[in-house]
Write a new protein. Structure first.
Length: 57
């Protein structure tokens, strides 16, 4: 089992509820594209990505 590809539904539910209730501190990364535009991105693992999608829907 690759934890980045297969995520237990219970873990997603618990993490989504925790993020909804408490929020999430996440390291941010600054990016600059070829045109010079600067943006910010957060690097998420598979479980956080699925949890964020669950919260958003």
């Amino acid at each position: 089992m690759n934890p980045r590809q297969e995520v237990a539904q219970e873990a997603v539910e618990a993490l989504a509820e925790s993020v909804k209730t408490c929020g999430l501190l996440q390291n941010l990364r600054g990016l600059q594209d070829e045109s010079g535009k600067i943006g910010i991105a957060a690097v998420l693992d598979g479980r956080l990505t699925v949890s964020y999608h669950k919260i958003a829907t």
